[in-house]
Design a protein around this ligand. Structure first.
Ligand SMILES: Cc1cc2nc3c(=O)[nH]c(=O)nc-3n(C[C@H](O)[C@H](O)[C@H](O)COP(=O)(O)OP(=O)(O)OC[C@H]3O[C@@H](n4cnc5c(N)ncnc54)[C@H](O)[C@@H]3O)c2cc1C
Length: 378
């Protein structure tokens, strides 16, 4: 089959790494180059997530990408990882007031259709498996027992290893500043010199629209939203097996992480693309909330950070060729599910780039590629 030449993937987070891996594995390119502006891959949102795989989560059109990713997570390629990359982790969603019951019922209805349906858990059972939560008589609990925590670094490393094994190149500290149409492809201008490419993939996360504009392509309206996270010590002798617990209104969530708990206000503060920082006021407000709803008795935090979850206006991802420049491929708008969808998203980028349609791998997932295509936003 004729080679499709040189493809340049912009952005070394989970979206760029998974895309570059599946593109290289397709065997359709002479050269696959992954370019990352920072000195290290995964420096931005990918290195700052809560590392969860929740099937009952994310915008409707995105959910088939999670389904299409499950085989990778359950049986990762043996030559790329030598340990499991996911671990079972139950997830509890709590309505703490009668005013929140409708929302909980909506989520129970959504989660009734996944392979391992969510259920409503009686309060006494919820209290037994979550000794760190203070339950009241008005509380109602949704239980998703088949969720998992993800070894994000292990998954990202697997893509990097697979890309290198297939002959791909990785260039860090190499920011793309502009791309101009040239020789039926692109002249890509970077901080360390120009590159000639046949196809460009935009996996620049929060900078997705910035990169598009720098290539003369119309933006799709991406909005980065800041989310804060912090770690606190666990007062329990053994809490590593406790479930992850979230307020149904997304006022807070927390989950065990070794001998600590990862906590978040589940905030969504609009931001410019940047190296996001946590705000102490958000952390203080969340501690007050968690000290009402949990038995953690938080007095101090051991570390804190923030990351940008970037959404398209309809909160579905943007994956596929640009309608005006088909050799400019979008893979952005990963929002809050970029890790758990990364095998599916990377594979879809490779399918759409090499054949124009999703492969048989997506047959049973309910994927509607047009609901993710950039053209829907023009
Ligand atoms: C607190 C928090 C909790 C989360 N929890 C989960 C979770 O439990 N499960 C889940 O699936 N997802 C979760 N997410 C979301 C997930 O982390 C993101 O969807 C995902 O990491 C986005 O990956 P990305 O590759 O698109 O972006 P990024 O990781 O930000 O990567 C984009 C990369 O592009 C590079 N770049 C930008 N411009 C250029 C340029 N011009 N040239 C070269 N490189 C460029 C950047 O430097 C960056 O490294 C969470 C996010 C946060 C913040």
């Amino acid at each position: 089959m004729q080679s499709l030449g040189h493809i340049v993937v912009i952005g070394g987070g989970i979206a760029g790494a998974s895309s570059a891996y599946y593109l290289a594995a397709s065997g359709r390119f002479d050269r696959v180059s992954l370019l990352e502006a920072e000195a290290q891959l995964a420096h931005h949102t990918t290195g700052r997530s809560a590392a969860l795989l929740i099937e009952n989560y994310g915008a409707g059109p995105v959910r088939p990408l999670t389904t299409a990713s499950l085989d990778f997570f359950h049986s990762p390629p043996a030559d790329l990882v030598d340990h499991p990359v996911i671990e079972p982790r139950g997830i509890m969603t709590i309505a703490t007031r009668t005013a929140d019951y409708d929302l909980l019922d909506e989520q129970l209805a959504d989660g009734a259709h996944i392979a391992n349906p969510v259920v409503e858990l009686p309060l006494d059972q919820a209290a037994e498996i979550s000794p760190h939560i203070v339950f009241g008589p008005e509380h109602r609990v949704m239980w998703e027992h088949c969720a998992h925590s993800i070894d994000v670094a292990g998954v990202h490393q697997a893509y990097v290893r697979g890309l290198k094994r297939a002959g791909g190149e990785i260039h860090t500290s190499r920011r793309v500043d502009a791309a101009r149409p040239s020789h039926h492809g692109w002249l890509v201008e970077t901080t360390t010199g120009d590159l000639q490419a046949d196809i460009v993939v935009n996996a620049a996360g929060a900078w997705g629209d910035v990169v598009a504009v720098a290539a003369g392509i119309a933006p799709v309206g991406l909005q980065p939203l800041k989310r804060t996270a912090f770690m606190v010590a666990s007062p329990f002798a053994e809490s590593a097996s406790f479930p992850f617990v979230a307020d149904v209104q997304h006022a807070w969530y927390l989950g065990p992480d070794g001998s600590q708990f990862l906590c978040s206000p589940a905030d969504e503060t609009p931001s410019e693309p940047c190296d996001a920082r946590a705000d102490e006021v958000d952390i203080a407000r969340t501690i007050d909330n968690l000290n009402v709803h949990t038995r953690l008795g938080i007095r101090s935090v051991s570390s804190h950070w923030a990351g940008l979850r970037t959404f398209a206006p309809d909160r579905a991802m943007v994956i596929g060729p640009d309608p005006d420049q088909p050799n400019f491929i979008w893979c952005v708008g990963q929002g809050g599910t970029g890790i758990q969808t990364s095998p599916g998203a990377g594979r879809l980028v490779a399918d759409l780039t090499t054949t124009g349609t999703p492969s048989a791998h997506f047959a049973e997932t309910g994927l509607d590629a047009s609901a993710l295509a950039p053209g829907r936003l023009r």
